[in-house]
Design a binder for this molecule. Structure first.
Ligand code: THU
Length: 128
């Protein structure tokens, strides 16, 4: 059975602007109302200004007023499923808390992790 969140991440991946790495990533974030916010990686010739698919999805969602999230899917074309980088884990924690992170490849392989397990002992506003 197909999952609309995974389908959205697969479609978003096709918009990736990844001319430097050729590594296309798609992300889809489901909010509490069931809306899906998508993102793809957007690279830059300076390399360092590249944005990952996950952060694009989160910032798009936040900028459109969404504030509570249920889960996120991340798609890449790797046999060993691609997890969010450290920066994306921190941003996901800030806005989504301990949501399930669904990793997917192009062959339909999936694994789901809780964000807390990918980012143990996170720094957040509770320390401020
Ligand atoms: N990338 C993502 O978009 N998300 C990930 O989870 C891993 C890495 C992107 C950043 C860069 O455009 C390319 O993949 C190679 O690192």
């Amino acid at each position: 059975m197909s999952d609309p969140l995974i389908d959205a991440a697969l479609a978003a991946r096709l918009n990736a602007y990844a001319k430097f790495s050729n590594f296309l990533v798609g992300a889809a974030l489901e909010d509490i109302d069931g809306r899906i916010h998508t993102g793809c990686n957007v690279e830059n010739a300076t390399y360092g200004l590249t944005l990952c698919a996950e952060r694009v999805a989160v910032f798009k969602a936040i900028s459109e007023g969404a504030r509570k999230f249920r889960r996120v899917a991340v798609v890449a074309d790797t046999e060993t499923l691609t997890p969010p980088c450290g920066a994306c884990r921190q941003i996901l924690w800030e806005f989504c808390g301990d949501i399930p992170v669904v990793l997917v490849n192009l062959h339909g392989k999936t694994e789901t992790y809780q964000l807390k397990d990918l980012l143990p002992k996170p720094f957040d506003a509770s320390y401020l």
